[in-house]
Design a protein around this ligand. Structure first.
Ligand SMILES: C[S@@+](CC[C@H](N)C(=O)[O-])C[C@H]1O[C@@H](n2cnc3c(N)ncnc32)[C@H](O)[C@@H]1O
Length: 268
């Protein structure tokens, strides 16, 4: 354990991170499939898989549809969770005890790190250091996904952080909903990544972002777009006119995803 790692609860659920898998398969196919040089054996590492490694195994299956030889490593602080996951290990799938300084073996490389629903018990001021520690294990061009979802995965928000030549870049925020809880921008507030959780207050950039989204959502509803998927779709189009970096790719809009990728990165 490093001074950043903390023991936390291990609840998870089947399918909780499926929407994120679908997004990554859509938007990051090259990242998942690159094979030149060090990328040939570069793993997907799932940090903090929880009491059961369901989400790790589900993602392994999904990503191997496009990269059948993808190595997958599940990492957990709790030794008992690692021990009980061993029954699912195979030639390409490993479960290891460890923390943010990933327990990699000599010669192993990493293309994608996921750290979902881990940081609620951590201090917001430690998040940047945690990102930095995790990102240090990525190949250049690799991606760190860190964020939160509700217990079933119906609503979630994730940081997408890319390892560049000079370090980790806070590239984008990904909001997702499956509409089972209806839709209003405020739905996402409680599921923001740890460093944004208490920052939705006047004067903060994330507060301004939500204010613009509320305005766009109210305009969409006033124009008659009342069903949650339609209201979402039109609110994102309206938000893109108000805020720089809001993506309007039709796949995102029809899959309940809002990708905000402002030039220069996502700042607190
Ligand atoms: C709530 S579970 C999340 C499980 C799964 N990722 C999900 O999204 O459903 C959080 C898990 O992260 C583990 N954890 C917390 N801090 C960690 C760290 N620094 N390194 C590795 N695992 C950690 C906890 O032991 C716990 O099992």
């Amino acid at each position: 354990m490093t001074s950043l790692d903390r023991r936390t609860r291990g609840r998870t659920a089947h399918g909780r991170l499926q929407a994120l898998d679908a997004y990554l398969l859509h938007a990051e196919r090259e990242l998942l499939t690159r094979r030149e040089g060090d990328w040939a054996r570069a793993a997907f590492v799932d940090v903090g898989f929880g009491e059961h490694p369901w989400t790790t195994l589900e993602s392994a299956q999904a990503f191997r549809e496009v990269n059948p030889s993808l190595p997958v490593v599940g990492v957990e602080l709790e030794p008992a969770r690692v021990a009980s996951a061993q029954e699912h290990a195979d030639a390409l799938t490993d479960f290891r005890e460890g923390g943010f300084a990933l327990p990699l073996r000599p010669g192993e490389t990493v293309r994608l790190i996921r750290a979902m629903n881990l940081l609620r018990g951590y201090r917001p001021e430690d998040v940047a250091g945690i990102h930095h520690t995790l990102g240090g294990s990525l190949l250049e061009g690799g991606l760190l996904v860190e964020g939160s979802t509700d217990t079933s995965g119906a609503v979630g928000v994730s940081h997408l952080l890319r390892r560049g030549g000079t370090g980790l870049v806070r590239e984008a925020l990904l909001f997702h909903t499956d509409f089972s809880r209806g839709f209003a921008p405020v739905l996402f507030r409680d599921w923001l990544p740890r460093d944004f959780r208490r920052r939705v207050k006047p004067g903060e950039p994330i507060h301004a972002f939500f204010a613009h989204w509320m305005e766009a959502w109210n305009a969409a509803r006033a124009a008659g777009h009342l069903e949650p998927p339609e209201a979402f779709h039109h609110s994102v189009l309206g938000l893109a006119e108000r805020v720089e970096g809001v993506m309007t790719d039709p796949w995102l809009l029809t899959h309940g995803c809002l990708l905000w990728r402002p030039t220069g990165g996502v700042f607190l």
